[in-house]
Design a protein around this ligand. Structure first.
Ligand SMILES: CC(C)(COP(=O)(O)OP(=O)(O)OC[C@H]1O[C@@H](n2cnc3c(N)ncnc32)[C@H](O)[C@@H]1OP(=O)(O)O)[C@@H](O)C(=O)NCCC(=O)NCCS
Length: 197
């Protein structure tokens, strides 16, 4: 169950955060492709889906297995956030996260608002662990995730080539509630929190 919310951004604009709807399909494809075309933030290079195929993705994002959020400012889609639960029962307790904002709405708190909205949903849906991968050069994203309690759990060296340079992918996660094997996890979480990336 997700309740849409309206937030005031640091520059005074209002953003509506709601689930993606069928009529958003074209705008969402254009949005994701615009951020992907910047070439240095997302693993996705281009979504070659038709609006009809994208609508099928929204239908799969039923608010139980997956949450697909959009942020709308002045009638325009400027942000998307996906929270996709593991499909096999063995990873059903996890949800992997993807976040993309248009350049002109970065740095004004929208990323935080979308993450908080998705995290509230994840808790209510029984998700125990949020995960994501972020390129080591993406300082704003790393800063945002750290501030929201995600910790690095691993590093894939030279996993991507960005503008001709090998860049690591950092795997991050946040347990919602107590992690399993609490004592061991606590020790390694403290170690991870001290780790410098
Ligand atoms: C990453 C992203 C989601 C962050 O959302 P946002 O709303 O812009 O987040 P904010 O700018 O409010 O917060 C980012 C933090 O990085 C900081 N920051 C901004 N630019 C920075 C830079 N060049 N270097 C270091 N830190 C920077 C900000 O000060 C802020 O930290 P603070 O809140 O502790 O002051 C957004 O920038 C985005 O969509 N980027 C393009 C796509 C992308 O990278 N997606 C994530 C892929 S994992």
């Amino acid at each position: 169950m997700f309740r849409q919310r309206s937030v005031t951004l640091r520059d005074g604009r209002r953003a509506l955060i709601r689930r993606a709807e069928a009529h958003d399909a074209r705008a969402v494809l254009d949005h994701v492709n615009a951020v992907a075309a910047e070439g240095i933030y997302l693993m996705t290079e281009r979504l070659d889906l038709t609006p009809k195929e994208e609508r099928a993705v929204f239908r799969r994002a039923d608010g139980v297995s997956m949450l697909y959020l959009v942020a709308v400012v002045d009638g325009r889609i400027v942000g998307t956030a996906t929270f996709a639960r593991g499909r096999p029962s063995k990873s059903r307790h996890t949800a992997s996260l993807g976040l993309a904002l248009r350049r002109d709405t970065r740095g004004v708190g929208l990323g935080t608002a979308m993450m908080e909205a998705g995290t509230a949903w994840a808790r209510s849906a029984g998700v125990r662990k949020l995960t994501l991968g972020v390129f080591a050069t993406n300082r704003p994203a790393l800063r945002l995730y750290r501030r929201l309690g995600l910790l690095p759990e691993g590093r894939l060296r030279g996993q991507v080539v960005l503008r001709g340079r090998f860049v690591d992918e950092i795997l991050m996660a946040r347990w919602l509630g107590q992690p399993p094997v609490a004592r061991r996890a606590k020790r390694s979480r403290a170690k991870l929190a001290r780790h410098k990336y």
